[in-house]
Design a protein around this ligand. Structure first.
Ligand code: FES
Length: 148
């Protein structure tokens, strides 16, 4: 058994130490908001926060989590998250929706670090989150709107 800090609670998990955090979340804990895309750290669908910083859960073994606070889309809260959720709806960002939890996790980490990001800062922070529907312009617009 390993205990991790997850969405504000201490949670015991049975998975082996080398199990990717993504499978602990989705398989063992049924937190399916964190998505599987590539499995190799390239698409961003599995983005969670470790101590507030974006991390790819598919390439983060359970053993690497340690005492870090893990936040998933289910536990995302705070003023940035609220503003982003409202802006996402307002701007009608979502198309198929699959990548959007990961997009929101990266966007909220960005706004916490950089409350008024420039286009370049948005593009840099979001560059690891791929969207096959090409919602990038709306994502950028929604981040600007949330930053106001
Ligand atoms: Fe983790 Fe693609 S599933 S980065």
């Amino acid at each position: 058994m390993t205990t991790i800090k997850l969405n504000g609670k201490a949670v015991e998990v049975k998975a082996e130490a080398d199990t990717p955090l993504l499978w602990v979340l989705r398989g063992e804990l049924a937190l399916t908001g964190t998505k599987y895309g590539c499995g190799t750290g390239l698409c961003g669908a599995c983005t969670v926060h470790l101590d507030g910083a974006p991390a790819r859960a598919c390439v983060t073994p359970l053993s690497a989590v340690g005492g870090a606070e893990v936040t998933t889309i289910e536990g995302l809260a705070g003023p940035e998250a609220k503003a982003l959720t409202e802006a996402w709806i307002d701007v009608d960002v979502v198309q198929c929706g699959y990548c959007q939890p990961g997009q929101l996790m990266s966007a909220s980490a960005l706004l916490r670090q950089t409350p008024q990001p420039t286009d370049a800062q948005i593009d840099e922070a979001m560059s690891g989150n791929i969207c096959r529907c090409g919602t990038y312009p709306r994502i950028r617009e929604a981040i600007h709107q949330a930053a106001k």
